[in-house]
Design a protein around this ligand. Sequence first.
Ligand SMILES: NC(=O)c1ccc[n+]([C@@H]2O[C@H](COP(=O)([O-])OP(=O)(O)OC[C@H]3O[C@@H](n4cnc5c(N)ncnc54)[C@H](OP(=O)(O)O)[C@@H]3O)[C@@H](O)[C@H]2O)c1
Length: 289
Amino acid sequence: MTHVLITGCKGQLGSEIQRISGKFPEMSFNFTDLEELDITLPGDIRSFLDNNPVKFLVNCAGYTAVDKAEDDEDMAYLLNADATESLATISAERGMQLIHISTDYIFNGEKNHPYIEDDPVNPQTVYGKSKLQGEQALQKAGTGIIVRTSWLYSSFGNNFVKTILRLSGEREQLNVVFDQTGCPTYAHDLAMAILEMIRIEIEQENSPRYDIYHYSNQGMCSWYEFATAIIDFAGTGCEILPVESKDYVTRAKRPRYSVMSKEKITGEYDLRIPHWKDSLKKYFDEITD
Ligand SMILES: NC(=O)c1ccc[n+]([C@@H]2O[C@H](COP(=O)([O-])OP(=O)(O)OC[C@H]3O[C@@H](n4cnc5c(N)ncnc54)[C@H](OP(=O)(O)O)[C@@H]3O)[C@@H](O)[C@H]2O)c1
């Protein structure tokens, strides 16, 4: 039996990992969130691991409020950079494989074709800069598999899908930007991919290592197209109006383009990644059930 620790288990991704964990009987899971294990306290991490040794640690905890981070810099860095550094250092000390989740926001969004893992990074926001510092801590420790993802949604927590559904019940029209392109990620799909990756790491008896992979659903869309698809599946009568980013100003700048290439992760782990529209349909089927 391989022991796997999940931090931030009450968030979108952590909850989805918890929901599917039964499909991986070769793994035993320890699910923790802030109350059980505060990842900003290195002493607590060490004593937790003394009592609960693990082979894999999936860090789903993070400071994810992109706009709020602009005015809450210390907290964003504490969680996304300093705590990640502690997890990396401790994982290296103990020979554990850390799997850490990062973001498309580490890029500046100026490309016109999918970002690959080796593309130069240049974050434009506090959130992106704090996440990049976390990535660099893993690189320095020489251990940790970084999985960068984008536009995460799930039936747990807060996300764009839920916001559009809520607002569409309150208003007849919604303005949504059409000049930012990316790719949604159903957290359920990412959760499956992460546990499949661990399964393969176990089968191949790989030693803990440092590497970066990109994962989102396949395809690409604008926020406007994503919102339109959400309304189509939900069957509500709300009209979605395309607007330019300059007419919808947010505290933190959003990337104009953040589609990521999944060639590396699909090649190395033999993963089949669903198209974002198929996954959105699956999401609606699941919440309807
Ligand atoms: N959401 C996205 O669109 C998106 C896109 C790209 C990448 N990512 C990355 O994907 C990862 C997972 O995102 P998510 O959307 O699942 O996050 P989430 O829903 O915000 O969940 C994060 C979880 O971590 C918990 N947490 C906060 N501080 C903690 C601490 N000190 N110790 C332990 N747990 C703590 C949170 O608790 P509280 O709720 O009580 O704070 C929450 O349960 C993050 O690393 C994020 O940066 C997310």
